[in-house]
Design a protein around this ligand. Structure first.
Ligand code: ATP
Ligand code: MG
Length: 349
């Protein structure tokens, strides 16, 4: 093995295992991703180096080795291929993946550069990829627009399959130290229950909701508030947010975001077909090229939690902080109250 670097300070000159680091692409909650060059196969790759937490623990390392073998076996036209996984000499766990030059779905939703036709195409493609992985017993657990990446030909791929389980982190600490919101988490995941593929189908439903309306179904100022909303609160009616959508979309969203997994679509393909069936015109028609709204912009003082954060907030004024605390406490109280009320109603029935 070639020289292994410890801390990647001067990244333009650094080597990690056999890979030559070219530029830092970004940093998520669990890892830093670099564009790198693989001299062995003479190709560009994405190198994802996981954060060091817990690596001295033999159990963590064994789990990493076990799980990565499963992940590396995923071969699908809409799943980012993993080329290599390993542990460097100084105990850093890493993944090497295909380099995706076209950015993420999160960027495209933010810009508002998607059409109804794009949304249908994406759901169909991603739904089939999920079905393939679920048939192999692999659940993504962290499906969200940041983990949908595009190649240079504009084809979408799911990235980071199973990595959330591997690092045992589903509510993440972002690079700025802010706790990220579990915006795409299924109710069962939010409650720490056992998961199956239907949890990913729910998350895919949240992604569709976001593409069609420019916002996630639930918004809250704390991860706990968000988790409670996924668990208890019915999603808002999407046609109220975007009245230009085909009428049948309402029922599809309602079904895919059902709290009980058994009431949801049972596969990604079933969900995709139901959504495509609601589009009044054939998928090649001009009507389906209608632009979808860009991502909802959060006002400055709602900074306790950011949906996908990499920007550190300024410290807000005392007045703003008191207002934020008041909103947070009333939100938690109102969600708890609704939960108690629903439980009492169920018991009476
Ligand atoms: N295979 C890839 N090709 C190109 N860019 C990538 C690739 N994988 C990740 N990236 C980019 O690297 C950055 C960090 O990705 P990472 O997966 O670590 O975090 P994330 O998915 O944004 O957030 P989280 O850690 O919460 O899942 C993102 O900007 C992402 O688009
Ligand atoms: Mg990711």
């Amino acid at each position: 093995m070639n020289k292994v670097v410890g801390v990647l300070r001067n990244i333009s000159e650094e080597k990690f295992s056999r890979y030559l680091i070219q530029e830092k692409l970004g940093q998520g909650g669990m890892a830093t991703v670099y564009r790198a060059y693989d001299p062995l196969f003479e190709r560009e790759v994405a190198l994802k180096i996981l954060k060091q937490e817990g690596l001295n623990d033999t159990q963590v390392r064994e789990r990493f080795e076990r799980e990565t073998k499963i992940i590396a076996k995923l071969e699908h036209a809409a799943i980012v291929p993993v080329y290599d996984v390993g542990r460097s000499d100084n105990d850093q766990l890493f993944f090497v993946m295909r380099y995706m030059a076209g950015g993420s779905l999160a960027d495209r939703i933010q810009k508002g550069s998607l059409s109804l036709l794009d949304a249908a195409d994406l759901i169909q493609r991603l739904g089939a990829a999920l079905d393939y992985a679920h048939a192999k017993g692999i659940i993504h657990r962290d499906l969200k627009p940041d983990n949908i990446l595009f190649d240079e030909y504009n084809h979408a791929y799911i990235s980071d399959f199973g990595i959330a389980k591997l690092t045992q982190s589903s509510i993440k600490i972002t690079s700025s130290g802010i706790i990220g919101t579990p915006t795409h988490m299924s109710p069962e995941q939010a409650q720490g229950e056992e998961l199956d593929g239907r949890s990913d189908i729910y998350s895919l439903g949240v992604i569709l909701f976001e593409m069609l309306s420019g916002q996630t179904p639930f918004e809250a100022t704390t991860p706990l508030g968000m988790a409670l909303k996924h668990a208890i609160e019915p999603p808002p009616r999407i046609l109220r947010i975007n009245p230009n959508l085909p009428i049948g979309v309402e029922a599809v969203i309602k079904k895919v975001l059902e709290k009980e997994p058994k009431h949801r679509y049972h596969s990604g393909t079933e969900f995709a077909n139901a959504f495509i069936g609601t589009l009044a015109q054939p998928l090649t028609s001009e009507a389906n090229l209608v632009a979808l709204p860009p991502s909802h912009v959060y006002p400055d003082d709602e900074v306790a939690v950011l949906p996908r954060s990499s920007v550190a907030p300024q410290r807000p004024s005392l007045r703003t902080r008191i207002r934020a605390w008041y909103a947070r406490v009333s939100e938690i109280l109102s969600v708890c109250w609704r939960w108690i009320w629903n439980t009492v109603k169920k018991l009476i029935r």
